[in-house]
Ligand binder design. Structure first.
Ligand SMILES: Cc1cc2nc3c(=O)[nH]c(=O)nc-3n(C[C@H](O)[C@H](O)[C@H](O)COP(=O)(O)OP(=O)(O)OC[C@H]3O[C@@H](n4cnc5c(N)ncnc54)[C@H](O)[C@@H]3O)c2cc1C
Length: 438
């Protein structure tokens, strides 16, 4: 028998029972579901989005991208609502987990990192896979003395025989498929609305499943462990609604930045791996990063159209893009209704200005003219709302017993760089602790 059933508090609603319910099938949810199913545990994996094949076309991106406003002035961030989560949209840049930082929180990730490195495709791209835009940007940055380096990428270069390939980027969808293969029950179009609490313990979830464009059903499931992996934009609010009221007491950070574009006459740009190279500005630990922001051709036109940048609209091969990202101080609020509202301090504004000036200089040194940007509208990773040691312990369990959180929302404030590699390691670590308790 796959799962037991028993009566719900709501008469007439059948309740299925599992060892673990994992909410969200992104980087962390997929990894945890895979590890638990592989060990023979009965896992229910609930995913708000669908499971349609992933495509890097305008239609494919629009179908899964969800823009979340972070405050006034159009500042927002993007996530993907689909099986496999935001890796469906990510660039694949891999930063090593800060092992010492996690150790200060009582979390050891070294073995997990070694295992993940042995399993996932990872490394710097060969020069033959760098786009003409990325190479041009490097020339400009190096001419100004920046330490412009290749990043490691979660890319299987053996799948790039004809150059850039979206399919070559590792995605958590693969782990969702592994989990299902090993017996996990995946329900897509299933949005978890509430955690079911019994005294001091989480015992299940209530979710709304979309069966068709017009039919929705409310369902309930129970488990010995409930794992929130709905992402940094969803899990903090869910934890707060379970009665853990001090979530977000010190505000949040969101790594704001700019994307700037110029035209380099005669350049013959192609689709390429975004973010494959970049630098950290200065040595002062200011937390200002510059990197390649040459988006895919499928996104170029709609983006330029949205910004009313007519000259760039039809000039994809000649357009050169650079991104600026800064580490902002925690501030603003996650409001009671779940909306984010960020305010930047003077130091944040100074860093943004400094980063923007440096980016313009690199574009100019690379030969770009007609430089434009979209204003301060884009933010990256949102964090600081849930803290290890305050809201979750070193096993990532909340004060509400049997409710765990493992996703981008629990990453330490001091962490820099890109999160996916760290999250895969952290999710394996969390799965190990869950298995010990199941
Ligand atoms: C454009 C872009 C580029 C990026 N580039 C990089 C990069 O180069 N390198 C890198 O390391 N990272 C990058 N990232 C960030 C990275 O993709 C995310 O940090 C990472 O995937 C987060 O994993 P997660 O498990 O926390 O959440 P996610 O992967 O976002 O997964 C959360 C899942 O939960 C589901 N969900 C949400 N609410 C509910 C609910 N109520 N019920 C059920 N399911 C729910 C969502 O649909 C989603 O599938 C990028 C992100 C974007 C958007």
């Amino acid at each position: 028998m796959k799962h037991l059933t028993h009566a719900s508090a709501d008469p007439g609603r059948e309740v299925r029972e599992f060892d673990a319910i994992v909410v969200g099938s992104g980087t962390c949810g997929a990894t945890i579901a895979r590890e638990l199913s592989r060990a023979g545990k009965r896992v229910l994996l609930l995913e708000r989005g669908g499971n349609a094949p992933l495509k890097e076309t305008l239609g494919g991106i629009v179908a899964i991208a969800d823009t979340v406003k972070l405050g006034a002035g159009g500042l927002s961030t993007v996530r993907a609502l689909t099986a496999g989560g935001s890796t469906a949209l990510y660039f694949g840049v891999a930063t090593e987990p800060p092992l010492d930082l996690f150790r200060t929180h009582g979390i050891e990730l070294a073995d997990e990192l070694a295992a993940v490195r042995a399993e996932l495709p990872m490394g710097q791209l060969p020069d033959t896979l760098l786009s003409p835009q990325a190479c041009r940007l490097r020339e400009g940055a190096v001419a100004l003395g920046h330490d412009w380096r290749k990043h490691e990428m979660l890319v299987d270069v053996s799948r790039c025989a004809s150059g850039y390939a979206y399919e070559a980027k590792w995605k958590a969808r693969r782990y969702v498929e592994d989990a299902v293969h090993d017996g996990a029950t995946l329900v897509t179009h299933a949005t978890v609305e509430r955690i079911v609490v019994d005294g001091t313990r989480a015992v299940g979830v209530v979710y709304r499943e979309r069966r068709s464009p017009i039919q929705r059903v409310v369902r309930e499931a129970r488990a010995r462990k409930v794992v929130l992996a709905a992402g940094e934009l969803a899990s903090p609010q869910m934890v707060r609604e379970c009665g853990i009221r001090d979530v977000g007491a010190r505000g949040f950070y969101c790594h704001p930045g700019y994307a700037l574009y110029g035209v380099v006459p005669g350049m013959r740009g192609t689709d390429g791996f975004v973010g494959s190279m970049g630098c950290v500005l200065g040595e002062s630990g200011d937390g200002i990063e510059l990197g390649d922001a040459n988006v895919a051709r499928a996104l170029h036109r709609p983006m330029m159209l949205g910004g009313l940048h007519w000259r760039h609209l039809r000039a994809f091969p000649e357009t050169l893009g650079i991104g600026v990202k800064v580490s902002d101080a925690p501030g603003g609020q996650l409001r009671a209704d779940g909306h984010f509202h960020k305010r930047f301090g003077r130091d944040d504004q100074l860093k943004l200005d400094k980063g923007r000036q440096a980016a313009v200089a690199v574009l100019r040194a690379a030969g770009a003219k007609h430089i434009v940007d979209f204003g301060l509208t884009s933010a990256g990773r949102v964090g600081g709302l849930l803290r290890i040691g305050e809201h979750v312990d070193a096993r990532l369990e909340t004060r509400l017993r049997d409710l765990h959180v493992c996703d981008g929302s629990v990453l330490p404030d001091e962490m820099r760089g890109t999160p996916t590699l760290t999250l895969v390691c952290l999710a394996r670590y969390a799965a190990r602790h869950l298995l010990a308790a199941l």
